[in-house]
Write a protein that binds this ligand. Structure first.
Ligand code: V47
Length: 381
């Protein structure tokens, strides 16, 4: 393999091309190689094998119904105390009004995740989903991270499976992948001490999959974790995805690395972690994910946290999904993200087409709604 600068990668390339699963040691080798060109080519090969030239995106809206949160994750700059001026807390009717304020024709997905509010009672949550479902019957509601589901289980004194069942009955369509952070205990203790434990996060996703709900998985990287801890995170997700596919016919739609945004949070202040991730670390991470997570349909390049320019480049590094138009993101922007608060549909199509790829508008279930062939090519090709 003359194109390999790092010839020690040759056995890995052979395995990936033969469709064989990589071991943890091989994943570590991928993370540590300086041959980033090889990593890019291998990840792109795998992505094209799965999706050809297609890149998926969704016309979506974000809503955080409260930023009041008692958990105290050290990476978070979004959470506020109840009596802070910047705190907000919408009741279910206000949530419906806020959706109306942001609504644009063609939006299919509403993505909601928020703080763990110390006072809301359980009834607040299914009522909110129900009201949204009534007001916007066609909107697919992707909401509540596994961390929030655990919180709802505590306040309702119901098992997490029942919480999920009742929210699903009220109209919940899918679950986002937040709250995963880094699974390794060493890191979790320092960044998310009071949040759902890794095993419980995984169990809640397993339960959602058992109910036929599709979910996503994130990984917050670029702070105090090691490369092995990133891979350990992916390894646990790969194992769960195997189980869910075997038992329930599917589980996770997408894996989404979240680049640490380092402003205005205690992790940044106390540990001196004030650097944004570098572009090549972002790309390397996406490529390793594409290669290692062989049972995940999609790796998402999250333009909010890595910027739309790098997201466009990431389409050569294994990325097959670039999330959505979003309409007002607040979590990353509270911590210093410099990307816009939203993108237009036309802007997303342009971003993908200029990378020589074919944009596919999807919904929250990954149904393909519309394809936008590259100008000058035949739609039937
Ligand atoms: O759960 C919070 C993370 C998540 C910071 O499922 C931070 O499609 C970086 O989950 N720097 C919310 N990350 C975002 C999220 C998400 C995003 C895009 C798509 C999907 C999906 C889910 O953001 C939180 C937390 O893990 N986060 N603060 C920060 N300073």
């Amino acid at each position: 393999m003359k194109w390999l600068r790092d010839q020690t990668l040759a056995p890995i390339v052979q395995k990936v091309e033969a469709g064989e699963r990589l071991t943890f040691a091989e994943g570590t080798q991928l993370y540590n190689t300086h041959d980033l060109n090889a990593l890019m080519r291998l990840a792109n090969w795998r992505k094209e094998q799965l999706h050809g030239d297609k890149v998926f995106f969704v016309h979506s809206m974000r809503l955080e119904f409260t930023n009041i949160c008692y958990v105290g994750c050290t990476f978070c700059a979004f959470a506020a105390h109840k009596n802070e001026e910047r705190a907000w807390d919408y009741d279910p009717d206000e949530v419906v009004r806020q959706v109306g304020r942001r609504y644009l024709p063609g939006i299919t997905e509403l993505h909601m995740s928020s703080g763990h509010h110390p006072n809301h009672k359980w009834d607040y949550y299914p009522a909110m989903v129900h009201k949204l479902r009534e007001a916007y019957p066609d909107l697919q509601i992707k909401a509540f991270t596994a961390a929030e589901i655990e919180h709802l289980s505590k306040i309702s004194k119901k098992p997490t499976l029942d919480v999920l069942r009742e929210l699903q009955a009220a109209g919940l369509s899918a679950m986002p992948g937040g709250g995963a952070e880094i699974f390794a205990d060493r890191v979790r203790k320092q960044v998310a001490r009071n949040k759902v434990r890794a095993e419980k996060w995984l169990q809640i996703h397993r339960e959602a999959h058992s109910l036929g709900m599709r979910t996503n998985a994130t990984m917050l990287y670029g702070h105090i974790e090691t490369l092995e801890e990133r891979l350990d995170h992916m390894d646990r997700l790969r194992t769960l995805q195997d189980e869910s596919v075997a038992q329930f016919g599917g589980g996770f739609h997408a894996f989404i690395p979240l680049a640490f945004q380092p402003l205005g949070n205690t992790l940044a202040q106390n540990l001196g972690k004030t650097d944004f991730t570098t572009g090549l670390d972002d790309l390397r991470n996406l490529a390793v994910a594409r290669i290692y997570l062989d049972n995940f349909p999609h790796i998402k390049g999250y333009w909010v946290m890595i910027g739309s320019e790098l997201t466009q480049v990431s389409l050569d590094w294994g990325v097959s999904d670039i999330d959505g138009t979003i309409q007002e993101e607040h979590i990353a922007h509270a911590a210093g993200a410099t990307s816009p608060m939203q993108l237009s549909e036309a802007g997303m199509i342009r971003m993908i087409q200029h990378a020589g790829r074919v944009p596919v508008l999807r919904d929250a279930y990954y149904n393909e709604l519309e394809t936008f062939p590259l100008p000058g090519t035949n739609a039937a090709d």
